[in-house]
Design a protein around this ligand. Structure first.
Ligand SMILES: Cc1cc2nc3c(=O)[nH]c(=O)nc-3n(C[C@H](O)[C@H](O)[C@H](O)COP(=O)(O)OP(=O)(O)OC[C@H]3O[C@@H](n4cnc5c(N)ncnc54)[C@H](O)[C@@H]3O)c2cc1C
Length: 381
C-alpha cells in the first residue's frame, strides 16, 4: 500500500492544475447555468487532450495517452474541484472512445479514433430509456437487421453529452434476450437530441435522444451481435469509479470554501472556526472526504491492474456520492444564510452533489450489488 502519488503522477497533476486554471476554467465559468455549446465542448476537449483528459484511457496505438486508471482518476478529481461539469463531459466522451477502441472494426477505429482522441468528434453512450432505468435488460429500443444494414428505432433518456455529441453509442435489443451496441453518426445517420433542464451540473449536457428508423450499416455494430449488454456491464466498474471522482472534487471545494469562511467570519467575538461545533462540522466533512478518497483510489487501483472491481466500485460510488451530499449540506450550514445565496458557490456544490447518487447505478442499486457480492444471493427481483 502506498497512499502518495508517484513522482510521475505528481508532475502530471502539477501541469494539469495549471492548464485547468488557464484554459478550462474560463470556458467552464460561462456555462455554469446552461449546457455547453457544441463549440465550447469541442474547445474544452481539445485543450484537455494534450494532458490525457478526455483521451487518456485509449492506448497510444489508438491515438490516446494510455494512462492507467488511477493516474487518470487523480486528474479527474483535480478537474472536478474546478468544474465537475467539464469532468462529466470528458469522462463520458472518454468512455465512448474506449468502447470504440475495444469493440470497433479496424475501419471504424481508423475513421473515428483520431478525431475522438483530439476532441474533434464527441461521443456519448445511450442506454437508459423513458421507462427503463435501473432495469436495463427491459430496454425497448430495437435494431432490426435489413440486409447489410440495421434499422434502429426507440427513445433514449438522460444521455450525457448527447446535444453536443457527433456520435452516440446506442445499446439496442437485437433479439428476444439479445442486446447489441451500434455507433450512430449524427451527420451520416441522424438522431435527434433535446436538452433536459435539471437541478445541477448544468454545464454538462443531458438529453433525450430519438432514433426514428435510423439506418446504420452492419460495420457500425460494435463488438459482436449480443455483446452489447456484457460491454455495458463491464463499463459500469469504470464509470462508477469516475463518477465518484466528480463527488471527490465537489467535496474538496465545499470543504475548502468552508475552512476559509470559518476563519474569516466572526460571531460572538471570534472566528466561527473557533467554535467547537463548527470545528465538529469541519471534522466530519474532512473525515467523509478522506474515507471517500481511500475507497475511490482502491477501486481505481484495481481497475489500473486490469482487475474486475464490482464490489469495490459499488462501495466507492455509493459512499462517495452520498458523502458528497453530506459534505455540501454541512458547507451550507457553516456559511449560514450566505450558504443558500446564489452569489456564493455553496448552493451550486450542493445541487451538483445531489445529481451523483443517480447515474451509473443509484445508491440502492449499488447496495444491491454489494449485498449480492457479500451473500451470493441476488435481491434484484
Ligand atoms: C447526471 C446523470 C447522467 C446520466 N448519464 C447517462 C448516460 O450517459 N447514459 C445513460 O444511458 N443514462 C444516463 N443516466 C441515467 C441513469 O443511468 C439512470 O437515471 C439510472 O440508471 C436510474 O434510472 P431511473 O432514473 O430511471 O430510475 P429508476 O430505475 O426508475 O429508479 C427509481 C428509484 O427506484 C429505486 N429502485 C429501482 N429498482 C430498485 C430495486 N430493485 N430495489 C430497490 N430500489 C430500486 C432506485 O434506486 C430509485 O431510487 C444519467 C443520469 C444522471 C442523473
Amino acid at each position: 500500500m502506498d497512499f502518495e502519488p508517484s513522482e510521475e503522477q505528481g508532475m502530471a497533476l502539477d501541469g494539469w492544475r495549471r492548464q485547468v486554471a488557464r484554459a478550462v476554467v474560463p470556458i467552464a465559468q460561462e456555462f455554469r447555468d446552461r449546457a455547453f455549446s457544441k463549440e465550447a465542448a469541442h474547445e474544452l476537449l481539445q485543450v484537455m487532450a494534450d494532458f490525457g483528459v478526455g483521451c487518456g484511457w485509449v492506448p497510444e496505438d489508438g491515438g490516446g495517452v494510455g494512462y492507467d486508471f488511477l493516474t487518470s482518476g487523480l486528474l479527474f478529481e483535480e478537474l472536478s474541484r474546478a468544474s465537475p461539469d467539464v469532468a462529466g463531459l470528458a469522462w463520458v466522451h472518454e468512455g465512448a472512445s474506449l468502447k470504440v477502441y475495444a469493440n470497433g472494426s479496424p475501419e471504424i477505429k481508423k475513421r473515428y479514433l483520431p478525431l475522438m482522441t483530439t476532441g474533434k468528434v464527441i461521443g456519448c453512450s445511450a442506454i437508459s430509456e423513458p421507462n427503463i432505468g435501473s432495469s436495463v435488460r427491459e430496454m425497448r429500443t430495437r435494431a432490426v437487421r435489413d440486409g447489410k444494414y440495421f434499422r434502429i428505432s426507440g427513445e433514449k433518456m438522460w444521455t450525457s453529452n448527447a446535444t453536443v455529441a457527433d456520435i452516440v453509442l446506442v445499446v439496442a435489443r437485437t433479439g428476444e434476450n439479445e442486446f447489441s451496441m451500434f455507433l450512430v453518426d449524427r451527420e451520416e445517420h441522424g438522431f435527434q437530441a433535446a436538452e433536459i433542464s435539471k437541478l445541477g451540473l448544468n454545464g454538462w449536457p443531458l438529453a433525450q435522444v430519438v432514433f426514428d428508423d435510423v439506418v446504420v450499416p452492419e460495420e457500425n455494430l460494435l463488438g459482436t451481435l449480443g455483446s452489447g449488454m456484457r460491454e455495458t456491464m463491464k463499463g459500469f466498474d469504470r464509470s462508477r469509479c469516475f463518477v465518484s471522482t466528480l463527488a471527490l472534487g465537489i467535496s474538496h471545494s465545499a470543504l475548502q470554501d468552508s475552512i476559509e469562511y470559518s476563519k474569516q467570519r466572526s460571531q460572538f467575538g471570534k472566528p466561527i472556526g473557533g467554535h467547537q461545533l463548527v470545528q465538529g462540522l469541519l471534522a466530519e466533512m474532512a473525515t467523509d472526504l478522506a474515507a471517500s478518497q481511500l475507497l475511490v483510489y482502491r477501486a481505481l487501483s484495481m481497475l489500473a491492474k486490469g482487475q474486475r472491481c464490482e464490489l469495490e466500485a459499488s462501495i466507492a460510488k455509493s459512499f462517495a456520492t452520498e458523502a458528497a451530499q453530506r459534505i455540501t449540506s454541512k458547507a451550507i450550514q457553516i456559511h449560514g444564510a450566505c450558504g443558500i445565496a446564489k452569489e456564493f458557490p455553496l448552493e451550486r456544490h450542493f445541487r451538483n452533489a445531489r445529481m451523483l447518487t443517480i447515474p451509473d447505478g443509484t445508491t440502492q442499486i449499488n447496495q444491491l450489488i454489494i449485498g449480492r457480492k457479500l451473500t451470493g444471493i441476488d435481491a434484484f427481483s
